[in-house]
Design a protein around this ligand. Sequence first.
Ligand code: 13P
Length: 361
Amino acid sequence: MALDTHREDLEATALALARPGTGLLAADESTGTIGKRFEAIGLANSEDNRRAYRTLLATAPGLGETISGVILYEETLFQQAADLPGQPGGSILELFQAQGLVAGIKLDLGVEPLAGGLPGETWCTGLRGLRERAARAYARGARFAKWRAVLRISADGCPSELCVRENAWGLARYARTAQEEGLVPIVEPEILMDGDHDILTTAAVQEWVLRSVYEALGQNGVFLEGTLLKPSMTLPGADSSERPNPEQVAAFTVRTLRRSVPPAVPAILFLSGGLGEEEASVFLSAIHHAAPDAPWHLGFSYGRALQHSCLSHWQGSDTAAGQAALLARARANGAAARGTYVAGSEPSDDAASLFVANYSY
Ligand code: 13P
């Protein structure tokens, strides 16, 4: 079987991505999503601007000290870098690799409304042609992949049983296919922060979702040592009156994960999901304190919480200021991934929440 030929490499890649004191830079915004980010700084969503921005990320000096890998959108994986003074031309991929980062690829094709589900429920598309896209990414140099399934919690019964099953099964089909093509699958069942539910409700739903995901991975013969989990933290809904402190968030998150994630999984890399940059670092550091003997590496795979200040300092032209802001949050999260982040010790433009209702990648 094809998976057997990749087993050792999959495990080695997963372990490289789980290096202590590191996490991932999720820079895989689709063309539509990066357009929303650019709009916020008054920048056109042109191919040249996307190239310039991703070249900025790839050339931030010393990025590899706290970032083990980068998730790319397909365009970026195959894109030439912007011209850099005094440097030979090359691809954005090569610039990231020169900094020691492992490259990954977003393989899902986004979510669509779930027929038969409750209003607002979705399923994740991209299984058709997946093997070919995975093989193309591998041939280009990618060694891991991501697939983001999205679930919401609502008073009218979300997530439905149908939605949980469909998304768990889709993640498992993707994970199996990615492994057969040599890519470590990041399994990402995001629970949105939308809603006014309390943290206990999130914990119960998240346990159910994660148990369903690992059951489906088992049924599909996925090799757990060659996977990574990318969950949301266990948080109350954004409209809830509950405001748990970092220790409470950490305690619930660790309880949820201990109850539902097999110890064979090498790393749990959290998404930021609309948390502010500073919050995302403080919570991750607290999670380490709550689980000093965790069987998995506990790290990050942040998109918004690594790039928010970077974008606003860059403003489409100031590369050095954008890189300085990115590196500050990378250092903060690198320390958080060891449980040593001191709140406020690295700058951020955004100490508050980056939550946007119904956010789509
Ligand atoms: P955020 O950290 O912005 O949630 O993004 C991570 C990601 O890759 C979501 O799919």
